[in-house]
Design a protein around this ligand. Structure first.
Ligand SMILES: [Zn+2]
Length: 83
């Protein structure tokens, strides 16, 4: 019975973690609008310090465009989780 409870708990925690990761505030740094779209441009990050600490794979940045003010900005994403 304990095993079942443990699995349930793990699923709930995993679900919550995924939920909060997805809810990660993606908004325009210029006007704070959430009305943003991906431009499709991907920039690979070569900062070895970050790569070594956080994950064996490299990070990449996705370019977003704000539909409110037209500001272009980059959001860092972990390749492992988002590809
Ligand atoms: Zn904006």
């Amino acid at each position: 019975m304990k095993t079942v409870l443990f699995i349930l708990l793990a699923l709930i925690l995993g679900g919550l973690a995924a939920f909060f990761t997805l809810r990660e505030k993606k908004k325009c740094p210029n006007c704070e609008s959430r009305n943003i779209t991906k431009t499709g441009k991907k920039i690979h990050e070569e900062e070895t310090s970050i790569a070594v600490i956080a994950s064996p794979t490299s990070y990449h940045k996705l370019e977003y465009k704000c539909n409110n003010c037209g500001h272009l900005f980059l959001i860092k994403q972990r390749s492992l989780l988002f590809e």
